[in-house]
Design a protein around this ligand. Structure first.
Ligand code: F6P
Length: 364
């Protein structure tokens, strides 16, 4: 492997820069020339490829976002576009690609490295990066830890004012199809209820969950009666409608204007910011595994952080030099990701069950 490129794609995630830096430094140290693709697959189709030197990546691990830029592109579903992308890589003499991104981005890598159409012999390894933590066979993706910390910091601030006024807040956090951010930040910010897409509640049950939590907390005497509800954006009911329906029920059942709920949508705030030390470390270690793999000819794999134990050995590639990272067969990763999205994954079902067990304790 004389020359490889790095590409960031899909929604950015804090820690992407740390991965770019580590992959560049370790690639150069191993004797490779490293290139960066700008603006994800969209940039690749335009041939926006430039050399990356250790000086270019100096200190970038402290910054959120991605110095390479990112984009969401569906162009890779078309063979013609993939051939154009391969032609650009060939022109630059690029033999390997590290793609840092989520489900769609790693699916793009799988297509690009498909042996049936990949005459170039391009090798590719993915790094999981998605604040949603919705990728299979990796305990964490790059960006998740920072996103949780951002949510918890915001909820702590909201809790201060909510406690002072005995108010109820519904805080909506990112998470399109996966409630991981909502679940984990709910525990870490002592929320009284949590709503996430995997729990399969209908709209009435969702409203009921919030109303029950508010009534339980408001029945307290002599203690703070702040109510914090964390809602993942992927939950089927829109937050404004939820507020209206909860307020109507509370007014009817409790009376008094002070029961009105407040809504805060954290939105893209959750995706930005300086990566935590944990995200910088995870990103750097995953990048190290990817570079080692590429240099020794591994392809169509994803570097995974703490993969589940007992995976079949044929799903694991390369020598495992880091006890917490492994290169896992990319098609298997994407199959498990699909199961997670459909609610058929064992791991997601465990999370659901764990939350069902603690739900009644949250508002005590
Ligand atoms: O990257 C994941 C994510 O942040 C989801 O949580 C969210 O639904 C989506 O991206 C938003 O994407 P965009 O910024 O493209 O609207």
């Amino acid at each position: 492997m004389k020359r490889f490129a790095i590409l960031t794609s899909g929604g950015d995630a804090p820690g992407m820069n740390a991965a770019i830096r580590a992959a560049t430094l370790l690639g150069v140290a191993a004797g490779a020339e490293v290139y960066g693709v700008e603006q994800g697959y969209a940039g690749l189709l335009e041939g926006a490829i430039r050399p990356l030197t250790p000086r270019d990546v100096d200190l970038i691990l402290r910054e959120g976002g991605t110095i390479l830029g990112s984009a969401r592109s569906k162009a890779f579903h078309l063979l013609e576009r993939r051939q154009e992308a391969r032609a650009h890589l060939k022109k630059h003499g690029i033999e390997g690609l590290i793609v840092i991104g989520g489900n769609g981005s790693l699916t793009g890598l799988l297509h690009l490295t498909d042996p049936k159409e990949n005459d170039l012999g391009l090798l590719g390894i993915g790094l999981p990066a998605s604040i949603d933590n919705d990728l299979g066979l990796t305990r964490l993706a790059i960006g998740v830890d920072t996103a949780i910390n951002t949510i918890v910091e915001a909820c702590d601030k909201i809790s201060d004012t909510a406690a002072a006024h005995d108010r109820t807040f519904i805080v909506e956090v990112m998470g399109r199809d996966c409630g991981y951010l909502a679940m984990t930040s709910a525990i870490a910010s002592a929320a009284n209820a949590v709503l996430f897409p995997e729990m399969d509640k209908n709209e009435d049950e969702i409203v009921d969950t919030v109303v029950r939590a508010v009534k339980k907390v408001r029945a307290r005497t002599g203690r703070s009666r702040r109510v914090l509800v964390i809602k993942a954006e992927g939950v089927r009911i829109k937050v404004d409608e939820l507020k209206a329906r909860v307020d109507a029920r509370l007014k009817a059942e409790l009376g008094g204007p002070e029961v009105e709920t407040r809504v805060t949508v954290l939105g893209h705030v959750v995706r930005g910011g300086r990566p935590t030390a944990q995200d910088r470390l995870i990103a750097s270690r995953l990048a190290a595994a990817a570079v080692t793999g590429l240099m020794s000819g591994v392809t169509r794999a994803m570097a995974s952080w703490n993969p589940p134990a007992n995976l079949p050995p044929e799903w694991i590639y390369g020598s495992k030099s880091d006890p917490q990272c492994a290169l896992i067969d990319l098609p298997r990763v994407l199959e498990e990701t699909e199961r997670m999205l459909k609610g058929e994954s064992q791991y997601v079902n465990w999370r659901k069950k764990a939350f069902a067990e603690i739900e009644s304790a949250l508002a005590l």
